[in-house]
Design a protein around this ligand. Sequence first.
Ligand SMILES: Nc1ncnc2c1ncn2[C@@H]1O[C@H](COP(=O)(O)OP(=O)(O)O)[C@@H](O)[C@H]1O
Ligand SMILES: [Mg+2]
Length: 177
Amino acid sequence: MEDLSLHILDVVENSIDAGARKVEIKIYEDLKKDLLEIEIIDDGKGMDEGTLEKALDPFFTTKTVRKVGLGLSLFREAARMANGDLSIRSEAGRGTTIRATFQHSHIDRKPMGDLEETLFTLIIGNPEVVFSFAYLKNGKMFNMNTTGLKKKLPGNYFSSSEGIKVLRNELNKLDGF
Ligand SMILES: Nc1ncnc2c1ncn2[C@@H]1O[C@H](COP(=O)(O)OP(=O)(O)O)[C@@H](O)[C@H]1O
Ligand SMILES: [Mg+2]
């Protein structure tokens, strides 16, 4: 995977597979501290101890449909390549938090990529999930959540042309943020 946004997509897919109804994506960028942090918090089914222990093993998967199991281990590798690391906190029945850190300026730190497209894909593809997104960059904050946005829409859903327009407009604000 070339871009961090694709890793985010991948990690959030895990949350969706785990039955999450609510997913929080947080990005923290601080050039003074030379730090980039990505955190994904879900309220899915969580992991028991056995699963948690193996979650970072390449090729470990509890999926039955398409067996891969590389998602989290590749994300950790991306973090470690950039002088950072990945941690998992998870509680069965409660949810999971994945946190990855990177040295912002590290030559091997992958670029963020198309965050706008990643969020658009996730939100349109999972209309029943509440997404919130917070991006704190050098003291500036970008915040959005699908509950708030949907309130502006007739019928409270995105998958109309009006809904897609509202979502696009909101995500466009990330341009040059
Ligand atoms: N958010 C999550 N909630 C519950 N279980 C998770 C979550 N993320 C990962 N897992 C567990 O860790 C395993 C490995 O995840 P991953 O490395 O992304 O591979 P894959 O998704 O292909 O199985 C998953 O099969 C699942 O059992
Ligand atoms: Mg996965």
